[in-house]
Design a protein around this ligand. Sequence first.
Ligand SMILES: [Zn+2]
Length: 346
Amino acid sequence: MDLAGLTRDLEALRDEVVSAVAGTQEVSALAALEVDVLGKKGRLGVVLRGIGGLPTDDRPRVGAVANAVRVAVEEVFQARGVELRAKELEARFRAETVDVTTPGRPIRRGSLHPIVETAGRIAEIFSQFGFVVHEGPEVEDDLTNFQMLNIPPDHPARDLWDTLYVDIDGKLLRTHTSPGQIRVMHASTPPIRALLPGRCFRYEAIDASHASEFFQVEGLMIDEGTTLGDLRGLLDQFAQAMFGQGKRTRFRPGYYPFTEPSVAFDVECVVCGGSGCPACSRSGWMTILGAGMVHPVVLQYGGLDPERYQGFAFGMGVERIANLRHSVGDLRLYMENDLRFLEQFR
Ligand SMILES: [Zn+2]
């Protein structure tokens, strides 16, 4: 190979490479081409090896041409690399763009169960009168659930509660929140203002107005000189706060073994306002809870001297209060957890 031939080969290689580089579309293809041309065993090296066969005088001139070709080729690789990387980055940005105007996936918002919400509202109202929430066990003994509440083993009033017994030491599922009265009396000294919310259980055939599992809120106030008038005043305030100002209320005689006297507390019908409708059996009144003065026997079982202390207790079904607030007519709805029902209480 002579000087002119080698120079021609070098310039031909340069032109071919410049054209090939311009035609590359990907960074990876450009890199492969670069190795092919400029790598250790690349095509430029192969041509340059021919320099060794030239006369010594010609070598510097070919060396200068070779150097210029190398610089020119390196520059086009460099420039095309910048272009292709920018292009690929732009394409990636386009492909990975997040459209911030696309609506997000909706977050389903839950709400309190109407029974929990109603129990909370009851507690909130009585807390304004200084009542403090206490919680008792759902599995009780016969002594606390019945006997200490003035209901001895053969008392006919036991028929009022169809009891579910647990197969351990004669324990039972509490049939009402009233045993909490005994527990609070044992645990504290008067003045007592206790609120006892909780789940209760009875052996019932389930229908629209009977459930085997339900919630009660019990209240207990004990002090020196507590009267039925105090009870009436407190329950009046409760009725106004729960069902609206100006609602008429009344006491009717009732019966519970653990209170004497016992009363039923009625509120003017929330549906008809007292004129009479099917919801109130045309009476104009709705019974919302039972109450009375704590029986002296119960005070004694609670460790208190009935000569010194008097108290009143009241108990209400949370489902009944929720029914009246939300015009729900079937207790079963509260336990079925059907979202179509529950979503109405947001
Ligand atoms: Zn009515």
